[in-house]
Write a protein that binds this ligand. Structure first.
Ligand code: RIB
Ligand code: CA
Length: 311
């Protein structure tokens, strides 16, 4: 049996592939998918999670909608990156996978209370749901094995000079999660930018029947965005890197470091301040991903989509 995981996401093109990887890799036992506002509004990210599960034939994994905006301040979506739907590119039919009636925080709380062993949380969007859970149910920290998130960076940001989207969207939530008493691993831009969807990777997706072609269409849209906005030759597939870390720690190498979330900086709010060289003399409080086994990563992603395609 794989590692029990709850994926908390804001689909989002890269979240979509993270769902496929988490649902199909045998090293993961995907217990639930929860959605949060981020790349798009909550109604859209939730619809997109349903769309992905429908097209991939993922059934039996409860989907619950969570928080519709950050703990404080306005929600700023990323329509420029993911489109008005949040999952522009392919044409999706009506979803057949429904959401459960519970709020995401309540679903996570219930799963943590009933699952026979501690559960790994994999947030790939803003951390609003996870911070709300830890604030409302502090005792749940003991039921969480670790939090392996996509967010932050040891270097520059992607929506501000020093801030990455997931953390900047809700910096207070990120700070609460970091201080919530659960081991946290950051898979930041410094490592996710190693997961580039090259034409060779797109060709591997395309060869995987209908679901593979949907993935290829998603990556084609995502690639056009990254070329237009950032001049990237190929788009980085951020979110599946966090799932890959749970699947096999040898795929995503990490170091221990002291990390702070900048909340007050006039020009740096939302930055993950990662003290890689112990300049501050503070003990490490997080794991920080630094290196991706790129071939091994893509082999796992393609194998997962292939498994779903043959269902
Ligand atoms: O900065 C990249 C992150 O923000 C990814 O998780 C992407 O899906 C968006 O949520
Ligand atoms: Ca995301």
């Amino acid at each position: 049996m794989g590692t029990p995981v709850i994926l908390d996401c804001d689909p989002g093109h890269d979240d979509a592939i993270a769902i496929l990887l988490a649902a199909a890799d045998p090293a993961v036992d995907l217990l639930a998918i929860t959605t949060v506002a981020g790349n798009q509004t909550l109604d859209k990210t939730t619809l997109n999670a349903r769309r992905v599960c429908t097209v991939a034939g993922i059934t039996g994994v409860p989907i619950a909608a969570g928080c519709a905006g950050p703990l404080s301040g306005p929600l700023r979506v990323a329509a420029d990156v993911h489109g008005e739907s949040g999952l522009d590119g392919p044409a999706f039919g009506p979803p057949t996978v429904e959401v459960v009636g519970e709020h995401a925080v309540e679903l996570i709380h219930r799963v943590l209370a009933t699952h026979p062993e501690p559960v790994t949380l994999v947030p790939t969007g803003p951390l609003t749901n996870i911070a709300t859970l830890l604030g409302r149910y502090p005792g749940d920290a003991a039921r969480i094995r670790e939090i392996v998130l996509m967010g932050g960076s040891t270097g520059r940001g992607n929506v501000r000079p020093y801030a990455e989207f997931n953390i900047l969207t809700d910096p207070e939530a990120a700070a609460a999660v970091l201080g919530g008493g659960v081991p946290v691993t950051f898979c930041g831009l410094n490592v996710t930018h190693q997961a580039l969807v090259t034409p060779e990777v797109v060709a591997r997706f395309t060869g995987l029947s209908e679901l593979g072609r949907v993935c290829a269409e998603l990556m084609t849209f995502f690639g056009a965005t990254y070329r237009r906005i950032w001049g990237f030759p190929a788009p980085p597939l951020h979110d599946p890197v966090a799932v890959a870390r749970v699947i096999d720690p040898d795929l995503v190498w990490c170091v221990e470091a002291y990390v702070e979330i900048e909340l007050r900086g006039e020009h740096t709010r939302g930055a993950t301040v990662v003290d890689l060289h112990s300049y501050l003399g503070r003990p490490a409080n997080a794991r920080v991903a630094t290196t991706l086994d790129v071939p091994g990563f893509w082999d796992r992603v393609i194998a997962a989509v292939s498994r779903l395609s043959s269902r």
